[in-house]
Write a protein that binds this ligand. Structure first.
Ligand SMILES: C[S@@+](CC[C@H](N)C(=O)[O-])C[C@H]1O[C@@H](n2cnc3c(N)ncnc32)[C@H](O)[C@@H]1O
Length: 209
């Protein structure tokens, strides 16, 4: 029988969700390295690979599905990763409630659930209020990186971030032109021949007082 690894070093559940508190990442990681946040990590392929390759950056992943959260936490714990934390929570809630202003250097959102039915579209993560919160949590010059295989959601992503005054477009690529990524869903979608849309937006510098 394999012993269950101690997950406390790689998880972030100690903060009460509705306390109004926000994470102190410097205290959590024990350093002031940049923090990148991935929302909807799935099986965590991207997050774990990045944490292994870039030890000078701290990574936080948010995932709603408990089985994926546990899977990624176990993988991270087995690898002894010290620059990665995952939490089981609603991504929108975490961004709104648990992240301090300017705390994030890069926000990664890859293949968020597209909620294709009209009556479900209000559940999509990428909407105007989310862009406002993304602008709040990103440091000046910080990036939002987005990917989807769903063309209508791609249009919505572009409309939402294109309309937000705090963001400027950095790159937009579709299909073969889109740089290859490593998330589990991207690998699967590319194998299926689906067209992938990718966007990057930069948070404009805040104006002085
Ligand atoms: C289509 S998968 C993409 C996973 C991963 N980003 C990838 O590219 O392989 C969407 C993921 O978002 C998670 N998810 C859906 N709604 C969420 C929410 N409100 N908060 C956090 N995660 C969510 C799902 O459980 C799933 O793991």
């Amino acid at each position: 029988m394999t012993a269950t690894p101690d997950l406390s070093a790689v998880t972030l559940d100690q903060l009460p969700r509705d306390s109004g508190q926000r994470f102190d990442f410097a205290a959590i990681f024990g350093n002031t390295n940049p923090v990148e946040l991935e929302l909807g990590i799935g099986k965590g392929r991207f997050l774990i690979q990045q944490a292994e390759e870039r030890p000078g950056v701290n990574f936080v992943g948010v995932e709603w599905a408990n089985k994926y959260f546990v899977l990624v936490a176990e993988r991270a714990a087995k690898r002894g990763l010290r620059n990665l934390r995952v939490m089981r929570a609603d991504a929108g809630h975490v961004v709104r409630e648990n992240v301090r202003d300017g705390a994030i250097s890069v926000l990664h959102v890859y293949f968020p659930d597209p909620w294709p039915k009209l009556r479900h579209q209000k559940r999509r993560l990428i909407q105007a209020p989310f862009a406002r919160e993304a602008a709040r949590v990103l440091q000046d010059g910080g990036l939002v990186k987005l990917a989807t295989d769903h063309v209508e959601y791609a249009v919505q992503m572009e409309q939402v971030f294109g309309a937000d005054p705090d963001f400027e477009p950095v790159s937009r690529a579709v299909g073969e032109a889109a740089p290859v990524g490593v998330t589990n869903w991207e690998v699967k979608f590319r194998a299926e021949g689906r067209t992938i849309h990718k966007f990057e937006y930069r948070r404009r510098p805040r104006r002085g007082p």
